[in-house]
Write a protein that binds this ligand. Structure first.
Ligand SMILES: Cc1cc2nc3c(=O)[nH]c(=O)nc-3n(C[C@H](O)[C@H](O)[C@H](O)COP(=O)(O)OP(=O)(O)OC[C@H]3O[C@@H](n4cnc5c(N)ncnc54)[C@H](O)[C@@H]3O)c2cc1C
Length: 539
């Protein structure tokens, strides 16, 4: 018999990630709501969760990462990718690259055009603003005083300034801010940091709320499944140190375990495609073909260029004297490379002139390595990675077995459409053009990856994209919000689960289509809106 967690709860939030921390904060702001939030990871009491460059140590480390992998991907010429997800309070916002990016107004207007009332850019702009504490203060586009701190980066690099100049030479304008509805242009990224430290959702929303007597956080608990009675989610069953415990919610269960985690919990609960679950011996509670489908991610082509006569992080890192200076700069001024989000300069542009809006994003880094987790190269070099912002490939997330200890099968299906292969080829072509601009000539950039032997024709570039393509860590869409007449819809526009009462999903998995940029800030907005709707519906 499972143990029963003592205490009465109105709401149970599963997962204290980007979304979960915000929901717990908003729901517990009403003293009458008793809120329980359950997180598989632990506290963020490790220095590398806070010093921004710690990202390099948190990824691929079981202390902070679920350590998932994709299947061998045909589109990546048979390669399987590490697929990091944060396992700690704050979730991915505690290990991510801190870029704060809303995407494009057109992304949200598209959601509204799909029939999802209340999700157009005009509708969600007040929510973005309400969340924010923007370094420039309140304005037409930004908010001040909220928990989502956004700051300008605290260092610049001559080589990145020159890449920005090169973009301008190609006709891409310099803009001061990517977050005003249209991100086409080039700029340094704004970041979720406060005075040189990472600003996660846990720091901004969960920790300040934990003082409230009506909010309870349980860490190191793995939610196995939902408890469903008479067509309603009435609680959850979780595991801690091998012990099974149940907790019950009087009002609602909110799934915020992320695009992978929320699917796992639903599938283990018998909610998902019956033809996937039955062979695993899972009793079907509800045949829901959309749960685990529609996986979308941004695939980046990481081109690397060797440079001369200019500083990059590579040689700075290997120079003991300079490394010491970096440490001192951080200790005394909270400045310098330790405050660095790995990608600093952004460029949003069109992969070809026929595109209606920017459809590729460059992340330019003053460093290079073979892959995350590997050491920096010993030669001076930069990474000029381009990703397709509006991919048409769709993948899946599903259970390997019914055991909660087993890692899921993640198959993003990258580059499985002609359009995605074309965009990838055009993106590498655009990279090459960028690096040949006059502004960069003095640094004598030479292509290291994909490499000068790769031809400029579509077929060679698409093959190279498969060789150097890698995730930019943005899985979304696996429990998509949609209209009732679409059998693949999982939640409605108020994020209520179709077919089961008292259950909502509020995290990155509900995006019907991926936003045109990094996905953390959009997920925060989804949480702000989700919490608002939960409170409204409770009245
Ligand atoms: C390495 C990396 C770099 C990134 N860089 C950026 C960036 O620079 N900018 C940007 O905008 N986006 C970035 N992203 C993406 C962004 O962080 C995510 O889109 C966003 O955090 C998703 O939020 P979420 O709430 O949906 O999920 P998460 O933040 O993943 O939260 C889910 C939480 O649920 C917990 N959980 C899962 N399953 C269970 C279970 N069964 N029981 C209990 N708890 C569970 C997890 O441990 C986690 O804490 C990055 C992501 C990664 C991994």
């Amino acid at each position: 018999m499972p143990r029963r967690l003592e205490g009465e709860f109105d709401y149970i939030v599963v997962g204290a990630g980007t979304a979960g921390c915000i929901i717990a904060n908003r729901l517990s702001a009403a003293p009458g709501n008793r809120v329980l939030i359950l997180e598989a990871g632990g506290d963020d009491n490790w220095i590398w969760f806070h010093i921004p460059v710690g990202y390099l140590f948190a990824i691929g480390n079981p202390r902070s990462d679920w350590m998932f992998k994709t299947e061998a991907e045909p589109g990546l010429n048979g390669r399987s990718l590490a697929y990091p997800r944060g396992k700690v309070i704050g979730g991915c916002s505690s290990i991510n690259a801190m870029i704060s990016m809303r995407g494009q107004a057109a992304d949200y207007d598209h959601w509204r055009q799909l029939g999802l009332t209340g999700w157009g850019y005009d509708d969600v702009l007040p929510l973005f603003k309400r969340l924010e504490d923007h370094f420039l203060g309140a304005s037409e586009h930004h908010g001040a005083g909220g928990g989502w701190r956004i700051e300008a980066p605290r260092l610049s690099w001559a080589i990145l300034d020159a890449v920005g100049d090169a973009a301008e030479e190609m006709g891409i304008k310099r803009i001061p801010d990517f977050n005003t509805g249209d991100n086409e242009g080039t700029s340094y990224f704004h970041v979720n940091q406060k005075r040189g430290r990472r600003w996660s959702s846990a720091r901004g929303f969960l920790k300040p709320a934990l003082r409230r007597p009506n909010l309870r956080l349980e860490k190191h608990v793995l939610v196995d499944r939902l408890i469903v009675e008479q067509g309603r989610a009435v609680g959850v069953r979780f595991i801690r140190n091998g012990e099974i415990t149940e907790a019950r919610a009087k009002r609602e269960v909110v799934l915020s375990a992320g695009s992978i985690g929320s699917v796992q919990v639903l599938h283990r609960s018998g909610i998902g495609p019956a033809d996937w679950l039955s062979p695993l011996g899972i009793d079907i509670v509800m045949d829901k073909p959309g749960v685990g489908r529609n996986l979308q991610d941004h695939l980046q082509q990481r081109a690397i260029y060797k440079v001369e006569g200019v500083r990059t992080l590579n040689e700075t890192y290997y120079n003991l004297f300079r490394r010491g200076l970096m440490g001192l700069d951080y200790a005394f001024r909270r400045r310098g490379p330790l405050t660095m989000a790995p990608s600093q300069l952004g460029i949003f542009t069109r992969s070809d002139a026929t595109r209606a809006r920017a459809n590729i994003q460059f992340h330019v880094q003053p460093l290079s390595l073979d892959k995350f987790g590997d050491p920096l190269h010993r030669f001076p070099a930069i990474t000029v990675s381009a990703c397709n912002l509006q991919p048409t490939s769709r993948g899946t997330v599903r259970l390997r077995s019914a055991s909660p200890d087993e890692k899921p099968i993640i198959a993003p299906n990258y580059l499985s459409t002609d359009d995605d292969r074309q965009v990838a080829a055009d993106a590498i072509r655009t990279t090459r053009r960028l690096m040949q601009q006059k502004a960069l000539a003095k640094y004598r950039p030479s292509e290291y990856l994909p490499g000068p032997t790769v031809g400029d024709d579509d077929a060679s570039l698409a093959k190279a994209a498969g060789d150097i393509g890698t995730t930019i860590f943005h899985p979304v869409g696996t429990a998509k919000m949609g209209t009732a007449n679409d059998p693949m819809s999982v939640v409605d526009e108020r994020l209520r689960f179709y077919g089961l009462g008292s259950l909502r999903i509020v995290d990155a998995s509900i995006m019907p289509t991926i936003t045109s940029g990094n996905t953390n800030t959009p997920t925060a907005m989804i949480a702000e809106k989700g919490a608002t709707m939960i409170l409204e519906d409770a009245k």
